[in-house]
Write a protein that binds this ligand. Structure first.
Ligand SMILES: NC(=O)c1ccc[n+]([C@@H]2O[C@H](COP(=O)([O-])OP(=O)(O)OC[C@H]3O[C@@H](n4cnc5c(N)ncnc54)[C@H](O)[C@@H]3O)[C@@H](O)[C@H]2O)c1
Length: 362
């Protein structure tokens, strides 16, 4: 038994969820409908992924209620309403979400009102498919919540589907996954299973990203990355996230910045902020990312992000410097668990460093 847990009670809540993983697993979608007792499903996607979604619908034949390509990042409430109306009009008894976090997010928003079960077929490393967390954006404000009804009942991970994921998106999305695992390792409600999943997920995706950078179509690296994304998503759904996720939520939702890239920029700085308060987690992160030559966890993540070629600064994502005070104030207003207490000055310095693209802790 891990010494850390010997005098520390823990709770493990394992949700009922099927996971099918492997090259060609997409062909199992009909079996998953059978397993869930579904007869007619609406296939959801973003407009750019319509061809893939249509192929899924075609494979389902009469069991498809059609394709709805209305998914948009951060789930504007109008898109959720339109999706819900389409699901009702087609008489669908389930939803199949084919795509990244935006498409899974739309399915969740529909499920929140309708209770329709979701089969998710993820094509990025965002991890939303493994969580009961929903998000909805209205009037520029993103609300999130947890509801077990939105947790996909079945998830089909087919690494072949990530072959067309553009390299820049794959890298940023991979760092998004790493952020889930990193914060899970210092979560107050972590348990031995989440620790294992986070460590395994980090190591898998941490080695896959440099390999993908060298050879973007390397099948083994795509498999490793998606396997890591599954485990990182699983811990995101299992334990409470801290400063990093809350900051990214504020920055993404209030300033309409791209989700995965914001995670990639902020993570080394959030880890540097928490480093002294979470030495065990930092050691685990550094060990899991041992392929990255760096002194410590924040540096290792920073180096991995630089090697991956993702944007280095919030400035390069389009955030005006004048927004930093507001972002800091918003991050301080919301209370959330974090190993190091939130203090205005160091938090403002963190944001400044992330905005400028400095090395963490510099
Ligand atoms: N609720 C949760 O637990 C949770 C977790 C993570 C992310 N999210 C949400 O997910 C959204 C971001 O998701 P994302 O980062 O996956 O981006 P995304 O779903 O918006 O995808 C980005 C773009 O890449 C395209 N794309 C996706 N996969 C592709 C592939 N394999 N090949 C070619 N193109 C592909 C999409 O169609 C889209 O145009 C945000 O709104 C975020 O808040 C939610």
């Amino acid at each position: 038994m891990d010494k850390h847990y010997q005098n520390r009670p823990f709770t493990v809540d394992t949700p009922a969820q099927r996971v099918v993983f492997g090259d060609g697993a997409l062909a199992r979608v009909g079996d998953e409908l059978d397993a869930l007792g579904l007869h007619r499903v609406l296939v959801l996607c973003t407009p750019p992924q319509r061809t893939l979604a249509q192929a899924v619908a075609d494979a389902l034949g009469a069991r498809s209620a059609g394709v709805h390509d209305g998914a948009v990042m951060h789930v504007p409430v109008e898109t959720a309403r339109a999706g819900h109306a389409r699901a009702l009009a087609t008489g669908a008894d389930g939803l199949v979400a084919v795509g990244g976090g935006s498409t899974v997010g739309l399915a969740k928003a529909i499920a929140l009102d309708s209770g329709l079960p979701i089969i998710a077929i993820p094509t990025t490393y965002a991890g939303s498919e493994m969580t009961p967390i929903w998000g909805l954006t209205e009037g520029g404000i993103k609300r999130t919540g947890r509801d077990v009804r939105v947790l996909p009942r079945s998830v089909i991970y087919d690494p072949v589907l990530t072959r067309e994921l553009p390299l820049a998106m794959a890298m940023a999305s991979g760092l998004n996954a790493i952020a889930h695992a990193a914060e899970a390792l210092y979560a107050g409600d972590a348990n031995p299973m989440t620790d294992w999943m986070a460590t395994e997920g980090l190591a898998s995706i941490g080695s896959a990203l440099p390999a993908l950078r060298r050879a973007p179509h390397d099948a083994e690296a795509r498999r490793q990355a998606l396997y890591g994304a599954w485990l990182c998503g699983r811990v995101l759904g299992s334990v409470e996230m801290g400063l990093h996720h809350k900051l990214c939520h504020t920055l993404g939702g209030s300033f309409d910045l791209p989700h995965a890239e914001v995670h990639a920029v902020v993570l080394p700085h959030a880890l540097a902020y928490n480093a002294a308060a979470a030495p065990r987690a930092m050691a685990r992160i550094a060990t899991a990312l041992r392929g990255v030559p760096a002194d410590d966890a924040p540096q290792a993540v920073y180096q991995l992000a630089r090697d991956a070629g993702v944007p280095a600064s919030l400035a390069s994502l389009g955030l005006p410097e004048a927004a930093l005070d507001t972002a800091c104030m918003q991050a301080l207003q919301r209370r959330y668990p974090n190993p190091r207490p939130l203090e205005a000055e160091p938090l403002r310095a963190l944001l400044q460093a992330a905005w400028a693209g400095d090395a963490p802790g510099a």
